[in-house]
Write a protein that binds this ligand. Sequence first.
Ligand code: MN
Length: 244
Amino acid sequence: MSNNTQNRRQFLKTSGKAGMAMATLPIFTKLSSSSTMALSDYVQQPLPYGYATLEPFIDALTMEIHYTKHAAAYAKNLADACVAEKVDTNVTNLTDLLKNISTYSPKMRNNAGGHFNHELFWQLMKPAPATSPTGALAEAITKTFGSFDAFKTALGDAAKARFGSGWAWLVVKTDGSLVVSSTPNQDNPLMDIAETKGTPILGLDVWEHAYYLKYQNKRPDYINAWWNLVNWEFVQKKYAEAKR
Ligand code: MN
């Protein structure tokens, strides 16, 4: 046997195995795929800051468990649901999937929502942000709610009033107007089953896993503290995108 033949056989054997492995691995590990544009929506992204950097408002242990256990599980279960329900993540982007969520299983609804909501939530917080928005978003908030403080009260009230687990949102509706809403569980305003539909540009996680270690039963204290973390530059960017 020539060296060339042997190398080729070895190559086929190895790549054949790799091919098998790729076919059975969960979707989120296929990072070497040539078209990763839509795929990346389905993959848990690195946290943009350290676990301890949001202290004292959110403690490091809560952040670590929230990101590595709760949010990671949504991403994994979403990948499993996509395999089971034959969603090609290279073709269907996550936003479109959410907009048609009524055609999928409860497992898809819970985990597609859970994954999307958390990926958004991490990005719209940062250590030591600006204390309020500026520009077009600031103007729209004042016009809609009367003042920035009145808006904070409206979103905080929606978060406090959410019975059990869920989210409070600032939403850009299809007509471009702003509205505060709240959803149960891991639903969000993109979903076709949402009471108030639109593009969420700010969201507050009021599941107990987001605050219980530090705040226990005092959800309002967590909500008040959370305003110290809102990354208004990011929210402004989301607002501009939603208005486009
Ligand atoms: Mn959460």
